[in-house]
Design a protein. Structure first.
Length: 388
């Protein structure tokens, strides 16, 4: 089953569930109305004590109420996390689609230009938007789609098909080493959530019972070291650090040495993010990688670029610059739940060809998820399909 078929299946399933819920709600309301009428009759013919007993019998038992509350409080599965986390982006897409079709008259050249503008505004990328509009021209002719619902569904289908096509050889899982040390180097500009993502990932690995070390190689900001130390304490993980202003590569060397001596499973390395000093920054990253490779020729096993999803096109620009100057193996997309610009994931895959490895879907310590392209695309587009 292709991705678009999965989205349609999820759309139909939700529709059926909503219809069932509506029918159930109507039945419950009718039952309550009948019970209320019976209670009124009972009140007029029985004593106050008997009335109280009757009233109790018409309510749900306490144990059933508690069971319902427990079900509602159970943590959502990953798909639900994506659906909730992408709600702002989904609303933005929906609003833009509504605006596109508000003055819909016919599928002509003006309409296709509006499609391009709509998709560019939704942060799916310029090249992607142009390609979708071109493919839509042909698809609309083939399907003879004229109604707004059919055209909108075709736009979604083309977006999903392109997303699936570009991701055929993509690996979203982290390159963890079995029975050996995994070294992950985190890069990215300051303020993107780099240190927080490291802390959350460290916590998850600790929960799995792994031995984890952190390296505070952003030595130019005392605040960065302190923040990583705080996350280390929270995750119960040791942090290897130096003095403010010390050589970042020396901190990494100490961390690699310590990780080997203590037989650690994972080493997560934080680095500086001063993109305004790009040449110095990239030279520094190259030096760090040389130190890592000297200690372990197979490492680093991931170079993860952390970008802030709320910055939209700026995130794309940052990814492009880092990709040009360092060997980025994957992206960590933070604050995906707090943005209306989640369409940037489509642009990243289709135009930069960099795999998203981790996504932040909330502020909690357990809300950093390994990126699932299927859950993402279903969570984004399921609510945008129209009934034809």
């Amino acid at each position: 089953m292709g991705l678009f078929d999965k989205i349609k299946h999820a759309f139909v399933k939700d529709k059926e569930e909503n219809q069932t819920e509506d029918t159930t709600q109507e039945s419950l309301e009718e039952e309550k109305a009948d019970e209320s009428a019976e209670t009124e009759v009972a009140k007029s013919s029985e004593t106050e004590e008997e009335s109280e007993e009757t009233t109790e019998s018409t309510n749900f038992p306490a144990d059933e109420q508690e069971e319902t509350e427990e079900i509602e409080e159970q943590p959502a599965d990953t798909q639900k996390k994506y659906e909730k986390g992408l709600s702002k982006t989904r609303k933005t897409f929906k609003d833009r689609m509504n605006e596109l079709f508000a003055n819909f008259r016919s599928v002509d050249e003006d309409f296709f230009e509006e499609v391009e503008n709509t998709l560019i505004g939704a942060d799916v990328g310029f090249d992607t938007s142009m390609r979708i509009a071109d493919e839509l021209r042909e698809e609309v002719k083939i399907k003879n789609a004229k109604k707004p619902a059919a055209v909108q569904n075709t736009i979604i289908e083309k977006l999903v098909d392109l997303y699936e096509e570009e991701g055929e050889m993509e690996v979203n899982e982290l390159n963890e080493q079995q029975n050996d040390l995994s070294v992950f180097l985190f890069v990215g500009v300051n303020g993107t959530g780099k240190t927080t993502s490291i802390g959350k990932l460290a916590h998850q690995y600790r929960q799995e019972g792994k031995k984890v070390l952190l390296a505070a190689a952003d030595t130019f900001r005392a605040g960065a070291i302190d923040q990583l130390v705080q996350w280390g304490e929270r995750a119960d993980v040791e942090v290897v650090r130096g003095n403010t202003g010390s050589d970042p590569a020396s901190v990494v060397f100490d961390a690699m040495t310590r990780a080997k001596e203590e037989q650690a499973d994972v080493l997560l390395i934080d680095t500086a993010g001063r993109l305004q000093n790009k040449v110095n920054l990239m030279n520094e990253l190259d030096k760090i990688k040389r130190i890592i490779k000297r200690e372990d020729p197979t490492a680093p096993h991931e170079v993860l670029l952390v970008v802030d999803a709320t910055t939209g096109q700026n995130a794309m620009n940052q990814a492009q610059q880092f990709k040009e100057t360092t060997d980025v193996t994957g992206l960590v997309l933070t604050k995906l739940d707090g943005t209306a610009k989640g369409g940037i994931v489509l642009a990243i895959r289709n135009e930069l060809h960099l795999p998203v490895k981790l996504v932040g879907l909330g502020e909690g310590i357990d809300d950093l998820e390994v990126f699932d392209p299927n859950d993402f695309v279903v969570g984004l587009f399921k609510g945008l399909l129209q009934e034809e």
